[in-house]
Design a protein around this ligand. Structure first.
Ligand SMILES: Nc1ncnc2c1ncn2[C@@H]1O[C@H](COP(=O)(O)OP(=O)(O)OP(=O)(O)O)[C@@H](O)[C@H]1O
Ligand SMILES: [Mg+2]
Length: 203
């Protein structure tokens, strides 16, 4: 894969909507009309809406969802109309996330561990938050990790007959106090305390 297929993204907040994308930001972009961050957010949102309109995701069992190939296929479906590298693990360092060489093993281990969390005695919300946090902390993809991991977690909850999380009831892509609360809850989970994320996810 060339560097241009896998831009070393800033993670966390993207710039305000009207900010033009730099040539560097556009690495791997499929859409020539996308010029600003607002354009990009809109294009990604349309791609995600189309992906989530596919019925197949809602028929998958918990076990099937906990497969690293399925997780990559989900990312591809959500982002491949926008990014050439959709569904492929990043090959460059990001400020959140593990060494790119460890991603494959870490996602497979997460899937195996999560099968026990979701099917054992752990409360389903706790299992969902453990899964979500470990996936975003691994940061498998160059971008779209938060959105992918929120959808993946919700599909897992649904596969068990549980309600999907509410995630603060706002679009978490945009800067807001709710997004700050989400990031603070993830930072608490980084320190081993998943309670704030469990509370946030149902807020
Ligand atoms: N301290 C942290 N620990 C674990 N995960 C974090 C931390 N800070 C941020 N994250 C996760 O990283 C995501 C941002 O990564 P990335 O830009 O790849 O995803 P995204 O889907 O584009 O993000 P966004 O949620 O902004 O749309 C956040 O949404 C959050 O899930
Ligand atoms: Mg992002």
């Amino acid at each position: 894969m060339s560097d241009s297929d896998n831009a070393p993204w800033r993670t966390g907040h993207e710039p305000a909507g009207a900010t033009p994308l730099s040539e560097h930001d556009k690495n791997g972009l499929r859409l020539s009309w996308v010029a600003t961050w607002a354009d990009l957010n809109a294009a990604e949102a349309a791609n995600i809406a189309k992906a989530l309109g596919m019925r197949r995701w809602y028929g998958y069992s918990t076990e099937k969802l906990l497969d690293d190939h399925v997780q990559r296929t989900l990312h591809r479906a959500m982002f491949d109309e926008v990014w050439k590298w959709a569904g492929r693990y990043r090959t460059t360092e990001t400020n959140i996330g593990c060494d790119p060489h460890h991603i494959g093993v870490r996602v497979r281990e997460l899937c195996e561990n999560a099968k026990h969390w979701f099917t054992g005695t752990m409360a389903v919300d706790e299992a969902g938050c453990m899964f979500h946090h470990e996936l975003v902390a691994t940061h498998p993809f160059a971008n779209g990790n938060g959105r992918h991991a929120r959808v993946a977690t919700d599909l897992l909850l649904r596969s068990l007959g549980a309600q999907p999380f509410t995630w603060g009831r706002v679009n978490l892509v945009q800067a807001s106090t709710t997004r700050k609360a989400y990031i603070a809850a993830l930072q608490a989970a980084d320190r081993g305390d998943h309670e704030p994320l469990i509370t946030f996810a149902r807020s």
